[in-house]
Design a protein around this ligand. Structure first.
Ligand SMILES: Nc1ncnc2c1ncn2[C@@H]1O[C@H](COP(=O)(O)OP(=O)(O)OP(=O)(O)O)[C@@H](O)[C@H]1O
Length: 227
């Protein structure tokens, strides 16, 4: 049986703007098995980043549920008023590989130390970290600091960090958005190759139709909003 790694049911999210409540996402349901990938598409402002933020607990939904690897989250408030913040933080540290638009590297640490830190926080083997940089073709830059390498090399380091933690699910927001076509294709190749090697889930928000076409599923938020 292909059990869902991620299942999302009837998720809704709105933001307050002055006195107005602006709906951004409504009735979002999806399921993703381990080893599957899904592209989130839609025009600017359609809610792609918001959905990724909901899927890693950085925002809480107004309603609906999210289940990741058997951990079930809802709008966050329990009967005694506590949120699921702690459980989300544990899940992010151990199982969710998050790659957002700006590669989130610690500026005062070398690329290798960034990768090591990520592995350590996830309780994973730190000795393999140099190998991850090698696999992403930036092994020779291991001792450089993030501001001493290019944007594409920082994106590769961010991917090395994600894979060093052996995530169950990768959430990537425009992971190749700031790169030229050739570098974008190389980074995307690595992302899909490693995702397939690991058999983890992948959700990526993108405006790039070629990148989206490589995913097993596509969810077009703009299309949903206008249909
Ligand atoms: N914290 C917030 N407070 C108020 N409104 C917000 C907040 N975050 C996002 N929004 C609004 O929600 C809508 C969806 O934003 P989101 O960033 O999810 O879109 P997106 O599809 O990722 O856009 P892009 O492709 O431009 O990155 C936008 O109209 C945005 O202005």
């Amino acid at each position: 049986m292909n059990e869902a790694l991620l299942s999302v049911s009837r998720l809704a999210k709105s933001f307050q703007s002055g006195v107005e409540q602006i709906p951004v996402l409504s009735d979002i349901s999806l399921a993703l098995a381990a080893g599957e990938s899904l592209a989130l598409m839609g025009r600017s402002g359609s809610g792609k980043s918001t959905l990724l933020n909901l899927l890693c607990g950085l925002e809480l939904p107004d309603s609906g549920t999210i289940s990741i690897a058997g951990n079930v989250f809802d709008s966050g408030l329990t009967s005694n008023g506590h949120s699921g913040e702690r459980r989300w933080a544990d899940l992010r540290r151990q199982h969710l590989g998050v790659v957002f638009q700006e590669a989130n590297l610690m500026p005062a640490m070398s690329l290798l130390d960034n990768v090591r830190l990520r592995a350590k926080l996830a309780g994973k083997d730190e000795s393999a970290c140099a190998t991850w940089l090698d696999r992403l073709a930036i092994g020779s830059l291991a001792d450089r600091y993030p501001d001493q390498v290019s944007g594409g090399q920082r994106q590769r380091a961010a991917l090395a960090m994600v894979f060093a933690m052996e995530p169950a699910l990768i959430l990537a927001d425009e992971p190749t958005g700031s790169l030229d076509r050739l570098t974008a294709d190389e980074v995307a190749d690595e992302l899909f190759r490693l995702q397939s090697d690991f058999g983890c889930g992948l959700i990526l928000a993108t405006h790039d139709a070629e990148l989206a076409a490589r995913c097993d599923q596509r969810l077009d938020l703009a299309h949903r909003a206008s249909s």
